[in-house]
Design a protein around this ligand. Structure first.
Ligand code: GLC
Length: 784
């Protein structure tokens, strides 16, 4: 593969050429502290919320240049030659370089003039700091005098305000070397406009400090020439403080290394409430054994997560994705939601819709996480069933601009949680409403559905407000009249899930009422109000004009209403066939199915942002991977194993035909691939890592392609495979037992279970009822 390769066990991606088209990144984190890091050490660190409690800066405008970063510069004191172990920001044409991204750590190595350097970056599981373990080895035959200069750019506080008011906010800075701590302490005199920033940043090392710099200008020189930091040119730090100026942290160490000698030290950086805490962390991690322990803990954590579900198929890329990287991406998306990406401007907070889907995706790996997330999500509900659009872990719920589709998501995750765990009592747990009082979890879900039912428009489908799943259709309902057919379809799916929940609770009347609503919705959706000749409409704008309809010049067909009509069992029989034919004919491309066709090329303020993006970009007719995952599930429900696998493979980051075109990381899904209507970027991957794709692709692979999925009664095994797959295996924990499932497909069919054998006994149907004995059970599935 261009630019690098996977390690033999698939757990690491090793980049061998630093000069990539885009930064290829990793997330190092615990539940509160996060370091987003690129292959050259670029990126930023934050605590809890990437907007409000930033430690370091990273300029989103510099997405491609990827600066600044966490650097270690080295200098040969005898010759004056200097370089960066990170390659950046000096970027020589040639440098022996390697970056290895693993689960929870990133290692950068470089050898220049026979000095080998290595930095291992990590964030301990249980402390609010990050560590850079640095080693320098003299591979020369003579003694060498080497100085090391660490470097990071602090801001502290609200990143968005820093972006807007950089010069003013720099006036509130204060950073200096603290001789007692032997570390730099950085402070900001304000948090936003009117609060004191309650934290201090610290930056220390385990090696004796020869010098330091806190003033950005002192480190770089006035013109900030990236390949000529003044401190490196001169060979020593200037011991500068930063008072009311841009601040950085840099520490200088001098080493005399005999031939073959290696030295190591640790950089410790974090955010604390008081100096005492900084002193504790510095003391702890100045001990190399503690750093090794931290790394061991990280490895153990990820290893045990990886073991929860393990698959084996004829496609090793598919296996590597599902067994390792999908889980890693999914966990990261759950922990940080969407804002701390390389592509967004770090607005902070987490979205309600995204969090619902992320929490469903992670169920088979960590159901307790999903339960807690469901509790938090329920606290975002108002009594009438509408939801806060999201929340920040730092400053709470966002109550303005609720999204019309948000009430539709909770029921899916809730039902899936009960299916995974059998924990029916959870439905009776009481949770407070955002506007006071409390209701059971089941009442919360009913309130959501009743909101959707009441808030329908003149075509009897739900109002679209300022967005359905598609955030970029943000103007169709500004006047309160626009409607979303997709949301009507998704609503039907929620109603079906809620019917099952009512049944579990033996609430017959509720069950019947929900069923009645579902059948009314289905009828409406299949009438000309929802169905437009060959496919389902996407919706109506405030003026009652259709979008996603055959009469439209642009955006004639939207993918989601079609795929969801299958997911929601709104289209069946002949209609389902028509829907699939329309998807194949209008949406499929060599890089995957587009979100809509053809792209919008003229601004339509009656539709919104979707028409502002350049054609083929983002929601405007890209191959939006989250929606591709919906399509794969729809294919599997319709028995199209080959089609499902083809779509999976087209957006699979490890299977891209040309990385000069794709450009993004080969180990995590992108949010989208640029669509065919773009004049020259068709196939480029963008907005990688934190996307709903992670959750849905994981579900698509495990629950739908391999077909091992939770049901209230037990574990269903109903694969939908590409015809060429004759044998697969999936081992999965379920309600305390382990199920080791071997799927045989001797006739090369796409779907259909002929025989199901559990522990040697043939059973009827395709559901394994849980044993609940904590043992491993062997299952054989014969398709045909
Ligand atoms: C982004 C958002 C997600 C939304 C999608 C489509 O991925 O995070 O919530 O559904 O875009 O607009």
């Amino acid at each position: 593969m261009a630019y690098g390769h996977f390690s033999p066990d698939g757990k690491e991606y090793i980049i061998t050429d630093p000069n990539l088209h885009r930064p290829w990144i990793n997330y190092l984190y615990n539940s509160e502290y996060c370091a987003v890091i690129s292959h050259t050490g670029g990126g930023y660190s934050f605590f809890k919320d990437c907007r409000t409690t930033r430690l370091t800066t990273w300029n989103p405008e510099n997405l491609y240049t990827d600066r600044p970063g966490r650097y270690i510069f080295l200098r040969d004191s005898d010759t004056g030659r200097y370089w960066s172990l990170n390659w950046q920001p000096i970027c020589p044409e040639k440098q022996d370089f390697q970056c290895c991204h693993g689960q929870g750590y990133t290692i950068i190595e470089s050898t220049v003039v026979r000095i080998k350097g290595k930095i291992t970056y990590l964030v301990p599981q249980d402390e609010l700091c990050e560590l850079w373990q640095v080693s320098i080895k003299n591979e020369d035959t003579k003694e060498r005098n080497i100085s090391a200069f660490s470097y990071v750019n602090q801001i502290l506080g609200d990143f968005q305000l820093e972006l807007l008011f950089k010069n003013i906010f720099a006036l509130y800075n204060e950073a200096d070397f603290d001789p007692d701590l032997e570390a730099i302490i950085a402070q900001k005199h304000t948090w936003g406009w009117d609060r004191a920033f309650p934290y201090i940043g610290f930056f220390g090392s385990s090696a004796p400090v020869k010098g330091y710099d806190c003033r950005k200008e002192a480190f770089w020189g006035r013109y900030e020439i990236a390949h000529r930091p003044e401190v490196l040119v001169k060979g020593r730090c200037t011991n500068s403080k930063a008072y009311g100026e841009n601040m950085v942290s840099s520490l200088e160490h001098n080493f005399k290394l005999k031939p073959g000698e290696e030295t190591s030290f640790i950089i410790i950086m974090g955010l604390v409430k008081e100096k005492r805490e900084a002193a504790r962390l510095l003391k702890k991690y100045r001990d190399m054994n503690e750093v090794k322990r931290a790394l061991k803990k990280i490895n153990h954590f990820w290893q045990s997560l990886m073991e929860k579900v393990v698959i084996e198929t004829p496609d090793s890329d598919f296996d590597r994705m599902v067994n390792i990287w999908s889980k890693y991406q999914l966990y990261t998306a759950n922990t940080w939601s969407r804002s701390p990406s390389y592509y967004h401007e770090g607005t902070g907070g987490r979205g309600y819709r995204d969090s619902c889907q992320d929490a469903e995706g992670i169920l088979s790996l960590d159901a307790a996480y999903t339960r807690n997330r469901l509790r938090t999500l329920a606290t975002m509900h108002f009594k009438d069933g509408h939801c806060a659009s999201g929340w920040s872990d730092d400053y709470g719920p966002f109550t303005d601009s609720p999204r019309a589709d948000h009430p539709v998501w909770f029921t899916y995750t809730l039902a899936s949680y009960i299916k995974e765990t059998g924990d029916i009592d959870f439905l009776r747990e009481k949770i407070r409403w955002l506007d006071g009082g409390e209701g059971t979890i089941f009442e919360h879900t009913l309130a959501n559905l009743s909101y959707l039912w009441k808030n329908r428009g003149r075509h009897k489908v739900p109002l679209i407000g300022i967005a359905d799943w598609n955030d970029a259709i943000d103007m169709a309902g500004r006047k309160g009249k626009g409607e979303s057919v997709w949301l009507g379809i998704a609503f039907h799916r929620s109603l079906l899930y809620a019917v099952q929940l009512a049944h579990l609770l033996n609430k017959k009347e509720v069950e019947e009422e929900l069923l009645d609503k579902a059948s009314q919705m289905k009828e409406i959706l299949n009438s000309p109000l929802g169905w437009d000749k060959g496919w389902y409409l996407a919706g109506y704008n405030d003026e009652g004009e259709k979008f996603g309809a055959s009469e439209c010049r642009e955006g004639r067909i939207h993918l989601n209403p079609q795929t969801w009509s299958i997911l929601a069992r709104v289209s069946e029989g002949e209609r389902e066939k028509k829907v699939l034919a329309a998807i194949d004919k209008y949406c499929d491309t060599r890089h995957g199915p587009v979100l809509l066709h053809p792209a919008y090329t003229t601004l339509d303020l009656g539709l919104g942002r979707i028409t502002k993006f350049a054609a083929g970009i983002k929601e405007n007719a890209s191959i939006f991977c989250h929606a591709v995952a919906f399509k794969i599930v729809a294919d599997c429900m319709a028995g199209r194993g080959d089609k499902a696998y083809q779509s999976y493979s087209k957006i699979h980051p490890m299977k891209q035909p040309d990385y000069e075109v794709y450009k993004a990381e080969p180990y995590v899904f992108a949010e989208y691939l640029v669509g065919p209507d773009h004049p020259y970027l068709f196939g480029e991957g963008a907005f990688t890592w934190i996307t709903g794709t992670a959750a849905w692709m994981y579900l698509a692979a495990t629950e739908w392609i391999l077909g091992v999925r939770r049901e209230f009664e037990g574990l269903r095994v109903d694969p939908c495979l590409p015809r060429a797959w004759h044998r697969c295996r999936i081992k999965r924990a379920f309600r305390g037992d382990i199920y080791d499932i071997l799927i045989k497909n001797p006739k090369g069919v796409e779907k259909g279970v002929r025989k199901l054998i559990v522990d040697g006994k043939k059973i009827e149907g395709s559901i394994i009822r849980p044993f609940g004995d904590g043992k491993t059970h062997n299952v054989q599935v014969i398709m045909g």
